[in-house]
Design a protein around this ligand. Sequence first.
Ligand SMILES: Nc1ncnc2c1ncn2[C@@H]1O[C@H](COP(=O)(O)OP(=O)(O)OP(=O)(O)O)[C@@H](O)[C@H]1O
Ligand SMILES: [Mg+2]
Length: 581
Amino acid sequence: MTAPRIAILPPDVADRIAAGEVVERPASVVKELVENALDAGARSLDLEIREGGRALIRVSDDGSGMTREDVQLAIARHATSKIRDAEDLVGVRSFGFRGEALPAIGSVAMLSIETATDDGAGTRIDVRGGTLDGVRPAARRRGTTVSVEQLFFNTPARQKFLRGARSEWRAILELLHVVALVRRDIRLHVTHDDKEQLALAPAASLAERVHAVWGADAADRLLPVDDIQGSIRVSGLAERPSDVGLGTRRTLVTVNGRAVRDVGVIRAAEAAYRSTIPSGVRPSLLLELDIPGADVDVNVHPAKAEVRFRDRWTVERAVERAVRRALGTEDAIAAVGVVRGVPDAPVLGRPLGVDSLRQPMPAAPAPLFESTGDTAVAPADVDAAVEADDEIVVPPLFQFHRTYIAFERPEALVLIDQHAAHERVLYERFLHAFEGGEMPSQRLLFPLTLHLSPAEAEVFETERDALGKLGFEGELFGGSSVLVQAVPSPHPRFDAERCLRDTLATLTGDREASAHARHTRLIATVACKAAVKSGDLLAPDEMRALYLALARTTLPAHDVHGRATILQLGWGEIDRRFGRA
Ligand SMILES: Nc1ncnc2c1ncn2[C@@H]1O[C@H](COP(=O)(O)OP(=O)(O)OP(=O)(O)O)[C@@H](O)[C@H]1O
Ligand SMILES: [Mg+2]
C-alpha cells in the first residue's frame, strides 16, 4: 500500500498561507491596524514606522481598548466583535468583520498588543510567528497599541518580494493619505524612522483635508460635488475642467466610508466631463458615495478593496449626474486669486448649476446675434431671447483686445473669452438641434459650389444627414463637388463656406469608432468653426446676446476643449499686486 499523497496541512502552515491574502506588504498591515483602531472609536492615531514597515509598524489609538479576555480572543482566527452572524454582514459599517487580520499578522511577524479599557487593568500580549508568548499586566491609559516587528521573518518567500524600505514607505504613505481623507475627523500623527511625516489635526471638510495633505494647489483645483439622487448621495471633489492635466491626477472612491477601487464609478464620473476636456486627459476625482447598506455587498474581496452594487447602473448614473452638476456651477469658473462667491450676485446674472440643468435649452433656441445691417442673415429674434431671461440683469460690458468681454462684479473683474464662450453656446445648440430640436437655417438664394478633395467629399457623403441636422443642406455632384443650398446662421459674420470646408478638412482621416463619437466631434468642430473669432469686433448688442446665451448653457464655464470660457480676477489679488492689500 502506498502512503496517501494528500495530507491536511498543519495549522500553522495553513495560517501562514491564509495570511498571504490579508497581509501582502507592510502597507496592508498598516491598513488593518488603522482600521481596527477606527472601529474601536479612536479619535487620535499615532503611528511609528521603521524601515518602510519592515522593521516596525506601531499603531497607538485612544479607542475603546480590550479587556484581558478579549485581547486573547482577538488573536484567534474568526474572532470578531463586529458581527455575530451572516445577517450582520448586510450593511456592515465597521471596516472589520472577518476576524482575520490580527491572527494573520500574528502568524507572520512578532506581534505585541498593549491595551486597556476605561475601567479594567491594562494587558500586554505577545505572539511570535503564530504562537502565544505570554500575557501579562501592563500599565497604560485607555486605548490600544499594536506593534508589529520583523514582518515575514518566518516566510522567506514573502520577504523576498518586499521592495526596498523607500518604496514600502511610499505605499504606506499613500494609504495613510487615503485614511486621512476618508476620516478627516481624526487626529493623525505619523513618523518614519523618527522623522515626522504627517501631523494632521481634525479637519472640518474634505477640502480642508486635501489642503492639509496635498497642499493648496491641489485643493484649489477641485470643485465641490454634492448631489442626492433617490437613495444615493454623491459628494466629494472633482477637478475643474480647465485644470485637468496640469497636475498629478488623483482618484479616491469611498462607498459608505470605505475606500474602494471602482473603475465603473470613475468612468461614470469621467463621462460627466464629456465636452469639457479633450479626450485622453483624465480628471482628479474624490467621490464619496452613501448608499443604503442593503444595496451594496462589501464582502467580495479578500482585502475589502472592492464592493458589489446591487444596481450598478443607477449608482453610476447618480455619480455622472452629480459631477455634471458640479461642473455647471459658479465654482467651476476659473479664477486668479481667491474669489468667493457672493450668493446674490452670480457671475452670469443667474444662479448656475441646478437651475441651468433643470431648465436646459429652450425648445427653439433663438439665434445668438441680432442682424447688424447688410448681411443676408434672417433677422434674429433677439427680443425673444431677452424675454426668456428677463430675470438676468446684464452688467455693462466692454470688449478688450477684440477677444475678451469684460465686466465687473463685487468680488472680481470678469473676462469672457468671446470665441470660447460662443463655441460653448453653439455646441449646446447644435447638440440640441441634432437631438431633434430645431436649428435656424437659411436657404441660400444663390447656392454655393464647393470643390472638394476626394477625402473631403467622402466625409461629406458619410455625414450628410448629420450636417443636415445642423443646417447644412447640399448635394454631391460630379464626384467631388458639393452644391450647398442651405446653411446655419449662427451670427451675421458667419462664413458658411469656410466653416463647411474647414469642418470637412478637419474630419478627414477621422477614424472614430462609434457613430456617437463621430457626431460629437462633428458638432464640436462645426461649433468651433462657426463661433465668432478672436479679432472680431463685437457690437454692444452682440456682447449682450452672447452673455445671455452663455448664461443659459448647461456648462457655461468651459468650452468643448477644456479651456475656460470665463476667468475671474479677484479684486483682492489685483489690490495685492498694486500693493494695496
Ligand atoms: N485597536 C483595537 N482596539 C480595540 N479592539 C480591537 C483593536 N484591534 C482589534 N480589536 C478587537 O480584536 C478583534 C479582532 O481584530 P481583527 O482585525 O483580527 O478582526 P476584525 O477587525 O473583527 O475583522 P477583519 O479581519 O475584517 O479586520 C476585533 O473584532 C476587535 O474586537
Ligand atoms: Mg480588523
